[in-house]
Design a protein around this ligand. Structure first.
Ligand SMILES: [Zn+2]
Length: 440
């Protein structure tokens, strides 16, 4: 009996899985679709599998950079190939080359299929690092002195076929070129340039999220249980101390609102020609060095990305679902709300932000339209604020939008029905906000 688990993240055959919202891209996380081919009964499966066989296998990623060629080499090594039997991923011939492996490897321009040998298994490949999201706007880049990229872009997401219950104990080992001083990732550092990759969302761990390597300037802090690092190439305009101070200041409110905060957070920054916005991953985020911590309209691009990162809520999209506005609206709402709660702005400033957003979103007739951008997100924020006020009123101040957000965090992918169910569980039916014409 085989257990198929699909671990699609980052790129797929359909291109990048993620959402682009003007200034932000939220990576979507870990979909484990368990599909079990029931060839045997559970009892016979038990018998077929020797009891003594441990189900864990070692999964080691070795990453090395060749700045002169703008490439990185990846080597994936697994000690017990018999537990992770088969792996398949989309080939990207313009980025991947020199794909080699032991066992049975089939490489076509469309896909790579690898049947692992029973014992030590390895696969290696070369990946081009620099990548333009749009002309002259890069979301991955390598120079002689540094590299900024997402692990997702170097290590393909794969559909794996493992023995039921098998799971990886994974590490990432990075070899730095001569002269490069360090590497930062959103993963816990074991020692030196080795990181522990443990993603509870999936059996086959993959080192995703933002990474930065080279000659860097990094500032660190520990807030409560979270280790923060703000890193940029030496000489970058990113104001690391301002970012760190700002995060220190707002963090208690992040924790109060969302309850769960990550063990580690990496903020990576750089100026042009990198993407002029913010891009969030599960344990890290990128912020363009020239983006302000708080925009002139009073919202904070950094807290917007941070909200995406911590809550990991994404609105259901496609197949009739049209609820991107929920994730974008919440991220934008908290981008000033948490600042307000932290004492970073007055009540009248908060009110004027909402008035401006309300004017900007005035022409929006429906929130439920594809990717939520500018005016739609602005209108969504205004609606969320109305909903928050109604929840507080009806619960005599006992509940707020935070309770709903924490509820939705458990689901991650959410639609209007989920939002409605969560609110109704708190304050009962017939919530006025849900009768708004913008939800039709
Ligand atoms: Zn966003």
């Amino acid at each position: 009996m085989l257990h198929l688990s699909f671990d699609y993240l980052g790129r797929s055959s359909a291109g990048r899985v993620g959402k682009v919202c003007g200034a932000c891209l939220v990576l979507l996380f870990a979909v484990a679709l368990g599909a079990v081919a029931a060839e045997t009964t559970p009892e016979s499966a038990e018998k077929a599998q020797p009891e003594a066989e441990p189900r864990s296998y070692s999964l080691k990623y070795d990453l090395a950079f060749q700045p002169e060629k703008d490439t990185a080499t990846i080597r994936i090594a697994i000690d017990k190939g018999r537990l992770l039997r088969r792996m398949e991923f989309t080939n990207l011939p313009d980025r991947y080359s020199d794909i080699e492996a032991n066992g049975d490897l089939t490489v076509t321009p469309e896909k790579v299929v690898w049947k692992l040998p029973d014992e030590s298994a390895w696969l290696s490949m070369t990946v081009r690092v620099t990548h333009a999201k749009r002309p002259d706007a890069y979301d991955a880049m390598m120079t002689e002195d540094w590299a900024i990229f997402r692990g997702d872009d170097l290590i393909p997401s794969a559909a794996t076929e493992e023995v039921p219950g098998a799971y990886a104990i994974a590490t990432l080992d990075v070899s730095l070129p001569k002269g490069w001083k360090s590497i930062e990732t959103g993963w816990p550092r074991k020692k030196g340039t080795t990181f522990r990759i443990d993603n509870p969302d999936r059996l086959y761990d993959r080192p995703v999220g933002w990474m930065i390597a080279g000659k860097l300037g990094t500032r660190r802090s520990k807030i409560g249980t979270t280790s923060l690092a703000v890193s940029a190439p030496k000489g970058s305009a990113l104001k690391r101390m301002e970012v760190l101070t700002f995060l220190n200041f707002v963090w208690p409110e992040v924790k109060k609102a969302f309850s769960e905060v990550p063990e580690k957070l990496l903020v990576v920054g750089m100026g042009d020609p990198m993407w002029r916005g913010g891009l969030s991953a599960s344990n890290s985020l990128f912020l363009h060095a020239e983006r302000p911590l708080v925009s002139e309209n009073g919202t904070s691009p950094l807290i917007h990305e941070l909200t995406h990162m911590v809550t990991r809520i994404r609105g259901a999209k496609g197949d009739g679902a049209n609820d991107d506005w929920i994730a974008e609206g919440l991220a934008e709402f908290y981008s000033f709300e948490l600042l307000y709660r932290a004492g970073g702005m007055t009540k009248s400033r908060r009110k004027s932000i909402l008035t401006k957003l309300s004017k900007w979103g005035k022409e929006v007739s429906s929130l439920r339209e594809g990717d939520s951008k500018g005016p739609v997100t602005a209108r969504a924020v205004v609606w969320i604020d109305e909903l928050d006020r109604e929840i507080r009123r009806r619960s005599d101040g006992a509940s707020s939008i935070d309770d709903v957000t924490r509820d939705l965090m458990k689901l991650r992918k959410v639609g209007l029905d989920d939002l409605k169910a969560s609110v109704e569980a708190l304050v009962g039916e017939d919530v006025a906000a849900f009768r708004s014409s913008v939800l039709e």
